[in-house]
Design a protein around this ligand. Structure first.
Ligand code: UDP
Ligand code: MG
Length: 328
């Protein structure tokens, strides 16, 4: 086993962690035996995404036990799950990279099966959660979003949200070159994949801690996905505008003829108000959609670092002591 840990890793597992002190002990217990079963050198890169609990000390203590197989990137703040994975990708050395959540909703025991799929020639191994164990609201909303996203982006994935995925090095190299500030990794990988495959994996309830996504964060993440991979919402705004203008023109013509035939009328003020409110709602939503794109363009042009690394605890001792920024 010593040999397995010290040679250059063939498999890199990347785990973003944000306030996961309750889940980590169980994760270590299951993840490392599962990886030992691979019988090839591996490394696990934990990215501490600005946790305010005991996550970092727990990671560092676990690392003392396996210094060769575990690296820790400590962020200086919360930059989000996808940025944490991006940081992991930029450091990972394996030919196969696996992303995994820390909360054990997806079993680490599935990793060898996914690595085998890469061995068989697939460059991206996607996953579909079997019997997904989340609230009915999330499962239903996610089903709708998956379908809509496939429609809008032209991609075809059955489960955008499942983050237990494996990627071959060449796909990650392309992802590392995409320096987007807001992104959605499974969709990005799917875009560059030549021979992707999807397999079913088990899914269980979150046993420890709570989901780190509030409804607001989930909606924002899904806007990242939509705006990052499709211009269809913008085109829909234009189409809606044309459609409403055409209807209004017909309506105006109708009212004009009525005015000539029937004379002046003052009835229907409330109907008019209702129509106006409806159109105002449509207008504000359209401005919002445009704003989603404009805001992201603004984020990109400011060129602030995508994430800031406080320290990297690496295989060869603690490599960096000063703060680092990463803006690839
Ligand atoms: N996570 C993170 N940064 C965040 C939010 C989440 O690193 O800002 C990590 C979290 O610790 C977990 C993974 O991303 O390992 C998935 O989060 P969670 O399980 O809360 O999401 P859900 O399963 O509810 O979609
Ligand atoms: Mg989870």
């Amino acid at each position: 086993m010593k040999e397995t840990l010290n040679s250059t890793p063939e498999v890199s597992v990347i785990v973003p962690v944000f306030n996961e002190e309750e889940s980590l002990p169980r994760l270590f217990e299951r993840l490392f035996p599962a990886l030992d079963g691979l019988e090839r050198p591996y490394e696990v890169i934990f990215v501490n995404d600005g946790s305010r609990d005991a996550t970092l000390p727990l990671l560092l203590r676990a690392r003392e036990r396996r210094p060769g197989a575990m690296r820790v990137i400590d962020f200086n703040g919360n930059f989000g799950q996808h940025m944490a994975i991006m940081a992991g990708f930029s450091l990972a050395r394996g030919n196969v990279m696996v992303t995994l959540d820390a909360d054990l909703q997806n079993p680490p025991e599935e990793i060898p099966r996914m690595v085998r799929c890469v061995d068989e020639g697939h460059d991206v191994v996607g996953t579909v959660r079997k019997n997904r164990q989340d609230s009915l609201f999330r499962v239903t909303a996610s089903r709708l979003v998956n379908r809509l996203t496939n429609r809008l982006t032209g991609l075809s994935l059955h489960d955008y949200g499942c983050m237990l995925r494996a990627y071959r090095r060449d796909v990650i190299d392309i992802i590392n070159e995409s320096a987007e500030t807001t992104t959605f990794i499974p969709a990005l990988a799917q875009k560059f994949a030549i021979n992707p495959v999807e397999i079913e994996v088990a899914h269980s309830e979150r046993e420890q801690g709570q989901s780190k996504y509030s409804l607001f964060r989930l909606v924002r993440l899904n806007f990242d996905l939509m705006t990052g991979f499709s211009l269809a919402p913008l085109q829909a705004v234009t189409m809606a505008g044309i459609f409403i203008s055409a209807l209004s023109f017909l309506f105006a013509a109708f009212m004009f003829i009525r005015r000539l035939l029937v004379g002046p009328e003052a009835e229907g003020v409330f109907t008019l108000l209702a129509i106006l409110f409806l159109l105002m709602g449509v207008t504000i939503s359209c401005i919002g959609i445009e704003g989603e794109y404009v805001g992201r363009i603004y984020q990109e042009v400011r060129k602030r670092p995508r994430y800031v690394v406080r320290k990297i605890y690496d295989t060869n001792g603690d490599l960096s002591n000063k703060w680092e920024t990463k803006n690839i």
